[in-house]
Design a protein around this ligand. Structure first.
Ligand code: HEM
Ligand code: FPP
Length: 306
């Protein structure tokens, strides 16, 4: 076959695979910003697991494997939620709703990257990490998305475990076993998740009510949800002391995390006691900055003071 004919036929195969979808549609269903933050928490877990720098090849394989499987989980979530996504303002522009990406293509893509991710972890990291990541994928893509989300206002408290797993996954990738210190990092993300999500759920309450999604502000009201956010933020402040109290982290972490948790508490207090329509969204946005900085501080403390 001539070079031009080969180019034409490979372009034909590619366009048959892509259909109306562009790279951007595949990228969007992976929830890239969420996965970036999940990977930061996994990276910190991996670095805290070892003395000095983690072996570069092992770290790269772990990040690729965890990243692919988290992206796969996010793509399954887009697939399984496409009908409710079509009815909510926030999500109605998603690729499966617009018809840019077919359900079959999304399923194939999610399966391909999830299996690839599992293979990378199984071949180049270790089986414990591969299976723990697979459980997290099933926890988010199936148990949370298909069942919990639609069943109970405690959906994200229970479902939050999957999103909180990456620091443990990063840690086990380096050591091959579950260290109690890694569970402290999981506990931090786990306690952070309810205020993170409920702040957004207050802002989007009408959207969730419209599709009968039992999110806390819909089932128990906005005032009660604000109280829960405040209580979880206090709990998060206490949980964040544990890395210092158990000797895992040092004074830099104690100072940095106390400032961040003080600021989070201020947002939660303002949301509860000073009614202002923009406060819920401001609290949601701050939660993301909070978790990102908290893990950067954990890492800095580890390398400067360990
Ligand atoms: C069950 C647990 C969680 C729930 C229910 C939840 C829910 C949400 C929702 C509904 C959004 C808005 C997405 C949008 O605007 O389209 C969001 C955004 C976000 N979440 Fe979460 N989240 C959870 C856990 C996490 C975890 C564990 C992380 C990272 C460690 C995370 C990081 C983010 C980031 C970075 C964004 C902003 C995404 C963007 O701007 O595109 N979330 N979350
Ligand atoms: C392998 C592994 C670590 C898996 C975890 C993967 C993952 C993407 C966790 C993040 C949790 C999250 C964004 C929940 C929101 O879903 P939602 O359906 O409530 O939000 P939506 O309405 O914006 O889709």
């Amino acid at each position: 076959m001539s070079k031009t004919m080969t180019q034409v036929s490979s372009r034909g195969v590619l366009s048959a695979l892509m259909g109306d979808a562009g790279w951007r549609d595949y990228y969007q269903v992976t929830k890239p910003k969420v996965v970036m933050l999940l990977l930061l928490t996994a990276l910190v877990g991996a670095c805290l697991a070892v003395n000095g720098l983690p072996p570069a090849g092992l770290l790269l394989a772990a990040m690729i494997g965890i990243g692919l499987m988290s992206s796969g989980a996010a793509a399954y979530n887009h697939l399984l939620d496409r009908e409710i996504d079509a009815r909510m303002m926030r999500t109605r522009g998603r690729p499966l709703v617009r018809g840019q990406l077919t359900a079959m293509r999304c399923f194939s893509f999610a399966t391909l990257i999830s299996v690839l991710g599992f293979a990378v972890l199984a071949l180049w990291v270790n089986m414990l990490t591969a299976w723990l990541t697979a459980f997290s994928l099933v926890g988010y893509a199936l148990i949370y998305t298909l069942y919990l989300k639609r069943a109970t206002p405690q959906n994200i408290v229970i479902g939050g475990l999957a999103g909180a797993a990456p620091p443990l996954l990063g840690w086990t990738a380096m050591t091959g076993n579950v260290d109690p210190h890694s569970l402290l990092l999981v506990l931090i993300v786990f306690t952070w998740t309810p205020p993170h999500f409920w702040a957004l759920a207050i802002h989007r309450r009408d959207d969730y009510a419209k599709v009968n999604m039992p999110m806390l502000p819909v089932t128990h009201g906005v005032a009660f949800t604000k109280t829960c956010i405040l209580l979880y933020t206090v709990l998060l402040g206490l949980v964040c002391l544990l890395p210092y109290l158990t000797g895992m982290s040092h004074e830099l972490y104690l100072l940095g995390s106390s400032l961040l948790n003080g600021a989070f508490l201020y947002y939660a207090w303002r949301l509860k006691f000073k009614a202002n329509s923009g406060d819920a969204m401001a609290t949601f946005k701050f939660s993301i900055v909070h978790l990102m900085l908290l893990f950067i501080i954990l890492l800095t403390d580890h390398y400067l003071l360990a």
